[in-house]
Design a protein around this ligand. Sequence first.
Ligand SMILES: [Zn+2]
Ligand SMILES: [Zn+2]
Length: 171
Amino acid sequence: MTKGHTRNFIKSNYNSKPEVQVRELPPKINMLKDGVQILCPFCPVPHPILVGQDSACGTTMKVTAVQTIYPARTTKKHNLICIKCKKGGGEMVKFNQSYVHAVECAPDTKLITVPPKFSLAAQIVYQAPPWMKNRIAKIVGYPKEVREVTAEGKDTGKTLGYFFFKPEKSA
Ligand SMILES: [Zn+2]
Ligand SMILES: [Zn+2]
């Protein structure tokens, strides 16, 4: 069976067609002296569109973060190893030249995309006894060590610095 056949077969199985559909186009861009204006690509007389706000013509703009994921069959096929938990298998995403599991696999280790602000205070608190650490953590965050990891995912053993880490509130 060809690919085309498969597609047709799946399509004919949908017996309820939605009442509305969505069309997508990149917005028109209007260069201004002090920035850019994002315009509706569908209207003959273009008008500005805003994120999350419906225009009279029904057009809205969405901003999407897009990340490539490597499904389990791909990570298995290429023997990709996660740089956080050092295990293979499962869904991964790329991190520099290495790969990391798409779902949290080692909560104590965080990969940092943008270096944090290092502080000497964080270093001092990091080396402080636990009771003091915990007390300070409640106020400014938990002191964390930042280790150097090469683009290939090797831990060089070098400490780059310390910073106060405040986890984002999760339910
Ligand atoms: Zn419009
Ligand atoms: Zn992992």
